[in-house]
Design a protein around this ligand. Structure first.
Ligand SMILES: [Fe+2]
Length: 188
């Protein structure tokens, strides 16, 4: 089941049937030579850019599911950046987007445990607008997620998100992808 946390944005969540192969590809993906990052100066995290060729191959069933859900007939998906994130105690990421791409993806390599960091989406558009009553009734500010091992989340790259502080001694690892889309709608 999908949950749409905000009125104008969304994410989709997938549990791939080939999750063991996807996790293996994420763990084995070789490190890229270029390890320069132009983002993340306000966050504390360990990240390494990786070659996503095998990850992409294992991600195709999820991408097809995503396209069907959105009514996209054919899609040219190109991975333009990929990196592995390791969260150690105290690590976190400030709210940010992935400008320069169309679609972002996070693959979760561990089951969530208490005190670990979580991905969240944040809706700063309405930050000051809703009254306390609406804030208690509606989910207007932020939405935390802790998908299980092998879970995949897709979201539009403009959607603000971050990672809460990691308070556990046990490390947590995710893989993130930035992709561009060349799409045709089913009705066209
Ligand atoms: Fe991100």
């Amino acid at each position: 089941m999908k949950i749409i946390p905000f009125p104008t944005d969304f994410y989709t969540y997938h549990e791939p049937s080939n999750k063991e192969d996807l996790i293996r590809a994420c763990k084995k993906a070789p490190k890229d030579k270029d390890q320069r990052f132009s983002w993340g100066k306000l966050s504390l995290s360990q990240r390494e850019r990786i070659d996503a060729t095998e990850i992409y191959n294992e991600l195709i069933p999820c991408i097809e599911e995503f396209c069907n859900d959105l009514g996209i007939k054919s899609v040219g998906v190109k991975v333009i950046d990929a990196w592995r994130n390791v969260y150690k105690k105290g690590y976190h990421q400030e709210p940010h987007d992935h400008s320069g791409s169309d679609l972002a993806c996070v693959i979760f390599l561990d089951d969530y445990k208490e005190d670990q960091s979580t991905l969240y989406f944040t809706n700063m558009r309405h930050w000051c607008e809703p009254s306390d009553v609406w804030t208690n009734i509606l989910n207007v500010h932020s939405w935390k997620m802790s998908p299980p091992r092998g879970g995949v989340v897709f979201f539009p790259s403009h959607m603000l998100h971050g990672v809460t502080p990691h308070n556990s001694k046990k490390e947590r690892t995710t893989v993130s992808l930035n992709m561009t889309l060349n799409v045709q709608l089913i009705n066209n």
